[in-house]
Ligand binder design. Structure first.
Ligand SMILES: *[C@@H]1O[C@H](CO)[C@@H](O)[C@H](O)[C@H]1NC(C)=O
Ligand SMILES: *[C@@H]1O[C@H](CO)[C@@H](O)[C@H](O)[C@H]1NC(C)=O
Ligand SMILES: *[C@@H]1O[C@H](CO)[C@@H](O)[C@H](O)[C@H]1NC(C)=O
Ligand SMILES: *[C@@H]1O[C@H](CO)[C@@H](O)[C@H](O)[C@H]1NC(C)=O
Ligand SMILES: *[C@@H]1O[C@H](CO)[C@@H](O)[C@H](O)[C@H]1NC(C)=O
Ligand SMILES: *[C@@H]1O[C@H](CO)[C@@H](O)[C@H](O)[C@H]1NC(C)=O
Ligand SMILES: *[C@@H]1O[C@H](CO)[C@@H](O)[C@H](O)[C@H]1NC(C)=O
Ligand SMILES: *[C@@H]1O[C@H](CO)[C@@H](O)[C@H](O)[C@H]1NC(C)=O
Ligand SMILES: *[C@@H]1O[C@H](CO)[C@@H](O)[C@H](O)[C@H]1NC(C)=O
Ligand SMILES: CC(=O)N[C@H]1CO[C@H](CO)[C@@H](O)[C@@H]1O
Length: 387
């Protein structure tokens, strides 16, 4: 019985991974639904497969595209799925609602160069929102929404799936520039960060405060599940205000408390710090027994140094298990050595005596420098890194 279940499970997994490629394969079956041009204009739109619900090809709309919003709306009226690439740049559109019928975008990296087979919406100086109202699925290695200086929101109300094929990570890029009017919707963040979606976020932005949303707060409040703003916890903090907290959109700062553990944050699963700042700051907590955040699963931050720990109890700084768990949550396991305690890596905490043998490309050697909060300075002599 067990074996049978396993077999069915494996079968399903194999079938599901084939579905990943299904859209791409459908392009071979339907050559008449291929857009053989790239650049869209009055001329080339004659060749656009208007009647197809699945269109295959690269579509480029730019400042030279001489089609009105009405003409584009008519052209894309039947298109539900686009398999290939979509580039919208240098235009003066205020939104992309002419693509409101689009449900799925699938980058076809099998047929086109990887740079073409992407979703890129860049340098559109009048764009206020994307407004892709029916888009549920993005499958692409990269989604680049860059330098649209007047962008206020994304408006992708139906987005559910954002991933690359297989188990690869999708890069959701909005650049390091922060635009004053822009905020990202928590609903879009939810979609991008679903467990089955693997997404790297490079977004420097405020979070939109949703209207009339239940269990959302901007200051710690009893019963609040999503806190938009930084959370400062110091001595005397009333922990009931964060016991229900699941998602924090800001920095978690726990400084100079008497807490022995962080079980009062037992519902916290996600921290989003999208403003190029440290996400987790734990300093001066002398009574801590460990550094465990019971349910914390993901820390989203654009910063390499996602966490800062200093001046806490010895026991908590020796807690290598939590160190690994936090590093995993920040998806930094392969390429960054986080500081933990006195600039030690999790490996060094686990195997202090072996620290001299541990090699890594980012391990500072004799004359290298250490980084904290983006400030560079020579590594302390007594640090495990000062080999
Ligand atoms: C695009 O080109 C392919 C092969 O070159 C052809 O079979 C197909 O009909 C063309 N599609 C359109 C819409 O012209
Ligand atoms: C598209 O559909 C319209 C109306 O149904 C039809 O008149 C036209 O011939 C079709 N075009 C193509 C290329 O099939
Ligand atoms: C739009 O793309 C076409 C084709 O690549 C190019 O010739 C044209 O210069 C582009 N226009 C702008 C404004 O970038
Ligand atoms: C988007 O979907 C809604 C229903 O969910 C539908 O009413 C609307 O017509 C769709 N928009 C387009 C442009 O197809
Ligand atoms: C992703 O898939 C590749 C090959 O299919 C495999 O080698 C790798 O271990 C997988 N990675 C994860 C994190 O599952
Ligand atoms: C948290 O503490 C920092 C530093 O003391 C302060 O600048 C910030 O305003 C505080 N944030 C909140 C939300 O209390
Ligand atoms: C954390 O809070 C302490 C005092 O409460 C403050 O001094 C420190 O600057 C804060 N750190 C961050 C990163 O917000
Ligand atoms: C998590 O939240 C639920 C409901 O708000 C609450 O009953 C429970 O005690 C919380 N868990 C912790 C560890 O605080
Ligand atoms: C290492 O640092 C010392 C002191 O800053 C300096 O004198 C020396 O030249 C450096 N060596 C190398 C190889 O950079
Ligand atoms: C017509 C137009 O807006 N052209 C701009 C396209 O974008 C480049 C930067 O990538 C600008 O230099 C052009 O002025």
């Amino acid at each position: 019985m067990n074996l049978l279940l396993k077999f069915i499970f494996l079968f399903l997994i194999t079938q599901l991974s084939k579905i990943d490629c299904w859209d791409i394969k459908s392009c071979d079956a339907n050559p008449s639904c291929k857009f053989n041009e790239t650049f869209l204009s009055q001329d080339t739109s004659q060749n656009f497969p208007k009647n197809c619900s699945t269109v295959c090809g690269i579509v480029l709309i730019n400042g030279t595209t001489d089609l009105s919003v009405e003409q584009l709306t008519e052209l894309f009226k039947n298109m539900r799925i686009l398999v290939g690439g979509l580039h919208i740049r240098n235009t003066t559109f205020e939104n992309l609602r002419f693509l409101a019928g689009l449900r799925r975008f699938v980058a076809d990296y099998t047929r086109y160069p990887i740079y073409d087979a992407q979703l890129r919406i860049t340098y559109n100086r009048e764009l206020r929102e994307l407004g892709l109202l029916n888009l549920t699925t993005i499958k692409s290695s990269v989604v680049d929404i860059f330098r649209n200086e007047k962008l206020e929101k994304l408006n992708l109300p139906k987005l559910e799936i954002a991933k690359f094929l297989g188990n690869y990570t999708i890069q959701f890029l909005m650049g390091y520039d922060k635009y004053p009017k822009f905020c990202i919707e928590t609903q879009v963040l939810d979609a991008l960060t679903r467990r089955r979606n693997q997404c790297d976020l490079v977004v420097n932005s405020d979070i939109c405060i949703p209207e009339n949303a239940p269990n959302v707060c901007t200051v710690p409040t009893v019963g609040c599940q999503r806190l938009i703003g930084n959370l400062n916890i110091t001595k005397g903090f009333d922990v009931r205000k964060v016991e229900s907290l699941k998602r924090l959109y800001g920095t978690l700062n726990i400084t100079n408390t008497d807490f022995t553990d962080f079980r009062f944050l037992g519902n916290l699963t996600h921290i989003f710090q999208l403003e190029y700042a440290v996400a987790l700051y734990v300093v001066g907590n002398k009574n801590l027994k460990n550094m465990e955040f019971p349910k914390l699963r993901r820390i989203y931050t654009s910063k390499d140094q996602f966490a800062h720990f200093a001046d806490n109890s010895e026991a908590s700084h020796a807690d290598f298990k939590s160190c690994y768990a936090l590093r995993k949550a920040a998806l930094h396991e392969y390429f960054v050595w986080p500081e933990f305690g006195n600039l030690r890596s999790c490996e060094v905490i686990e195997f202090p005596s072996k620290s001299r043998q541990i090699e890594s490309p980012s391990t500072p050697t004799k004359n290298q420098t250490c980084y904290v909060f983006g400030i560079t300075y020579p590594c302390p002599v007594n640090s495990a890194f000062a080999l």
